[in-house]
Design a protein around this ligand. Structure first.
Ligand SMILES: Nc1ncnc2c1ncn2[C@@H]1O[C@H](COP(=O)(O)OP(=O)(O)OP(=O)(O)O)[C@@H](O)[C@H]1O
Ligand SMILES: [Mg+2]
Length: 352
């Protein structure tokens, strides 16, 4: 579900600072007063034979044109393109880093277009981006910076601007959640965060990532990932629905069943809560196994911040095993918000 609150106009000469979390499942972008989220999928645009304008209005900012053609992105892509034509960030071919960054740049441009909806005339907008990469992809940070830095023409169905990306900061993704709690929105040290050894558990679409920060130092031996995110539950629910209704269900419907435990069959609500709980078993045990592998009983971890879109799906089990767990507010946005705090912190250092 794409979300967008209000519109922002970047004043000429000003620099827009954004926190950008490009997940394998969902893109999250935040500025001081705006939030944009949309699925990290795209495909070559199709001619819409009917309702073109209505469909475009229903999915504002999901169409972008660049040197490689015209693209449907996010919800529009999921709604209008057959599964076979949908491209994802994950599981890219051989030259993962290169293709991955072309893909990430296009997603970043769509996010900026949505943030600056209504700006045309190729206005030049200066942008500072703080973002992250999965811990074991940090060696690609320089390539990602190089892909994002510079001037980019952004032509979407809701904006046409020139984004002058003047600064890019790339950090390990879990540090987004850490900075969301150790720094304030104005970039100051959060005096309320007093613990020394801070753990993060980020429950994403395809991976569950955990990281440990010891008084500002990343501890690799107590950090790691497991390839078992919310998609494992998604797949099991999709299989159960296909078994019961003898047809493949659209992504959005499966997601709804995951979130509500209910499936609307031919207008009637059917209870799928047992199937959902069963389907969540893999995600919950994979999360707890990773935490006990790296943190054992948790005695040496003072606080654990639980974030990511899947946080609410595992909170009860994680809290039972690790009572020092804190479910971060708006857990899916935690990384993006922390990146923004960090960008503000760096800016503050520079100005002091
Ligand atoms: N309130 C919620 N209840 C259940 N699931 C949710 C909720 N909010 C988001 N999700 C789902 O959680 C999943 C993970 O979201 P998130 O944005 O953290 O993943 P991601 O960052 O794209 O993945 P990854 O970290 O693996 O790259 C998504 O599939 C999303 O649909
Ligand atoms: Mg993520």
């Amino acid at each position: 579900m794409s979300k967008r609150k209000g519109t922002t106009t970047a004043l000429p000469g000003s620099t827009l600072t954004m926190g950008l979390d490009i997940g394998y499942g969902v893109v999250k972008a935040v500025t001081s007063d705006r939030v944009v989220t949309f699925p990290s999928v795209m495909g070559h645009a199709r001619e819409l034979k009917f309702q073109h304008d209505e469909i475009a209005q229903r999915h504002p900012g999901d169409q972008i044109g660049d040197d490689d053609g015209t693209w449907f992105v996010g919800d529009l892509a999921q709604a209008q393109l057959p599964p076979g034509e949908l491209l994802r960030l994950r599981g890219r071919t051989a030259n993962e880093a290169v293709m991955g960054n072309v893909f990430r740049l296009r997603l970043a441009k769509v996010a900026i277009g949505k943030l600056l909806q209504g700006q045309w005339n190729r206005d030049i907008v200066h942008i500072r981006i703080a973002t992250g990469l999965p811990v074991d992809h940090m060696r690609d940070a320089a390539d990602l910076k190089a892909a994002l830095i510079g001037q980019h023409l952004i032509k979407t169905d809701v904006a046409e601007i020139v984004a002058n990306v003047s600064e890019v900061m790339v950090m390990p993704q879990p540090y987004g959640t850490i900075f969301a709690n150790t720094l304030t929105e104005t970039g100051e040290i959060n005096r309320h965060h007093t613990v020394m050894r801070t753990g993060v558990c980020d429950v994403g679409t395809y991976t569950v990532d955990i990281a440990l920060d010891d008084d500002g130092e990343y501890v690799d031996a107590e950090s790691g990932s497991v390839e078992s995110g919310v998609y494992t539950a998604h797949e099991r629910i999709a299989t159960a629905l296909e078994r019961d209704y003898r047809q493949k269900m659209p992504f959005k419907l499966v997601e709804q069943v995951l979130k509500t435990g209910l499936f609307r069959a031919a207008g009637e609500l059917v209870d799928y809560s047992d199937e959902v709980q069963e389907a969540l078993g893999t995600l919950r045990s994979a999360t707890l196994n990773l935490m006990s592998e790296k943190w054992k009983s948790g005695a040496t971890v003072d606080a654990i911040y639980l974030s990511g879109g899947g946080a609410e799906l595992v909170v009860k089990e994680v809290f039972a095993a690790y009572p020092q767990t804190i479910l971060v507010q708006e857990a899916q946005l935690a990384n993006a918000r922390g990146y923004l705090n960090y960008a503000r912190f760096v800016a503050r250092q520079g100005s002091e």
